[in-house]
Design a protein. Structure first.
Length: 131
């Protein structure tokens, strides 16, 4: 598979998780653990799409800090990505522990906007690479 093809597929998968976020605006219906999981998954898949676009094989990991580090090793500007690491616990930890014991609620609008920004960034890179 050509890296840009895999990148498009990963971005499409990331977009599905991001769309799920839009349907989870009510915290009384969807727990933060579930909302946060989809935010983490969207970010993870978008970062993997970016790595794929660069032709980099990525590991099977949920660790966003590892993926961001891999982008840095490829000479990519990772400075604006570190805030995504706050989603790491939602990949596994908060799915198996009661979130009420972990802290406050997520700002769902801010999370949605942050994930959307990342998706647009990767989508633009894919479009440029496809020309």
């Amino acid at each position: 598979m050509v890296p840009s093809d895999e990148a498009r597929q990963m971005l499409a998968a990331a977009t599905k998780d991001w769309r799920a976020l839009a349907g989870m605006v009510d915290p009384d219906v969807f727990a933060d653990e579930i909302f946060g999981f989809h935010a983490q998954q969207a970010a993870e898949k978008a970062l993997k799409a970016w790595l794929s676009l660069l032709g980099v094989a990525y590991p099977q990991t949920h660790d966003l800090s590892l993926l961001i580090g891999m982008l840095r090793q490829q000479g990519q500007d990772e400075e604006g990505l570190y805030d995504l690491i706050e989603f790491n616990p939602y990949a596994v930890q908060y799915r198996y522990e009661a979130f009420d014991e972990m802290g406050g609620q997520l700002d769902r609008d801010a999370v949605n906007d942050r994930v959307a920004t990342l998706l647009r960034q990767v989508e633009t890179m894919i479009a440029i690479a496809s020309k």
